[in-house]
Design a protein around this ligand. Structure first.
Ligand code: HEM
Ligand SMILES: *[C@@H]1O[C@H](CO)[C@@H](O)[C@H](O)[C@H]1NC(C)=O
Ligand SMILES: *[C@@H]1O[C@H](CO)[C@@H](O)[C@H](O)[C@H]1NC(C)=O
Length: 297
């Protein structure tokens, strides 16, 4: 039957078009929603600094549920913020069978990210893991699948090549990061994070024969580290327990006090400042310039 090829091919093309259309509409919808929240946030009063987590949610009034470090049998990820939630029982302490939808709600109240961010990131993670955002669950360790979401040159983990268990924080790296702050009182600034990320990328590339990092992973890396500047305000005294023990300090509240939380739109400038400030990314181009001007002189 000659038309069977045509039928099959057309159905495939139409299916493909429909699913790209749906995802374009979804992304467009999220961005419009995000802009709306950003505008609302810009004019609405900030929440009081000690009342950012909503009443009735874990962490309201700075009272966090008990911290219990992970047992060997618990599942943990390469993300300090999600591990901390499990260590406080805001996510299941086992780190297992977490639904993407429950993750959305939990990061909304715990860290005051906007509803758009809280949908976008878990939805993206679900897609990367070939799971359904709406009906599936995951274990925290699933997020450490190398070069899927997890990547090389992290600030708080050695590369997978050296340290296959990405659930464990790397204390020497974290201490070096925390000691590198040049802001008031030694707090971390965007410049500090660019400098430290650049150093990590250079060092990791040298030490890891299987080093790889796509532009995509670079941007995600800067996005992850930018949460240290926004949600945690760069404040070293809070980042120390958060990164080393994956423990939320007593009395802590998110530093972003916007009523609709940190939106994707408001987050982007910080992410770009960190990523575009990484000198090591342009060093070869700069030295080319340097040597050509020297030759010309
Ligand atoms: C909602 C879902 C989230 C997912 C799926 C997720 C996933 C991840 C993953 C896979 C990494 C490791 C990336 C790497 O290889 O370096 C990571 C790192 C990180 N994430 Fe998350 N994350 C989420 C939410 C958050 C939130 C809400 C915060 C902050 C409040 C946060 C802060 C961080 C930080 C500070 C790092 C460490 C970056 C580094 O070591 O370089 N994450 N996240
Ligand atoms: C960092 O900033 C916070 C808030 O501005 C301040 O209280 C603290 O003393 C600073 N220094 C350190 C080391 O945390
Ligand atoms: C951290 O990076 C992962 C990908 O490496 C990404 O899915 C997630 O959205 C990032 N988290 C934040 C808070 O930016």
């Amino acid at each position: 039957m000659p038309e069977s090829f045509l039928v099959i091919a057309s159905v495939r093309i139409i299916n493909g078009l429909i699913s790209s259309l749906i995802s374009a509409i979804q992304t467009g919808g999220i961005l419009v929603w995000d802009l709306g929240l950003t505008l609302f946030n810009a004019v609405a009063p900030l929440r009081p600094a000690n009342r950012v987590v909503p009443e009735g949610c874990p962490g309201a009034n700075g009272l966090w549920p008990q911290y219990i470090p992970a047992a060997d049998t618990d599942s943990r990820s390469s993300c300090p913020a999600l591990n901390a939630m499990a260590n406080h029982g805001i996510l299941p302490r086992s780190g297992r069978s977490i639904s993407f939808r429950e993750l959305n709600a939990a990061i909304r109240t715990t860290y005051n990210f906007s509803p758009t961010f809280c949908f976008f990131v878990p939805n993206y993670a679900a897609e990367m893991l070939s799971k359904s955002y709406w009906s599936d669950t995951f274990d925290l360790s699933d997020l450490s699948a190398h070069n899927c979401i997890e990547h090389d040159a992290s600030l708080t983990r050695e590369d997978t090549f050296h340290s296959p268990d990405q659930g464990e924080p790397c204390a020497p790296l974290i201490k070096e990061l925390l000691a590198s702050g040049t802001g008031p009182g030694g707090n971390l600034t965007t410049t500090d994070l660019s400098r430290f990320s650049g150093k990590r990328r250079t060092d990791a590339k040298k030490a890891n024969g299987q080093f790889s990092m796509s532009t995509f992973h670079k941007l995600f890396g800067s996005s992850n580290s930018s949460t240290m500047l926004t949600i945690f305000g760069g404040i070293v005294k809070d980042l120390r327990p958060m990164l080393l023990e994956e423990r939320i300090p007593d009395g802590w509240q998110p530093r972003v006090r916007r009523p609709w939380g940190l939106t994707l739109t408001e987050f982007q400038p910080t992410v770009l400042k960190v990523e575009l400030g990484i000198k090591e990314e342009v060093q070869s181009a700069l030295s080319l310039f340097g040597s050509s001007t020297k030759k010309a002189a």
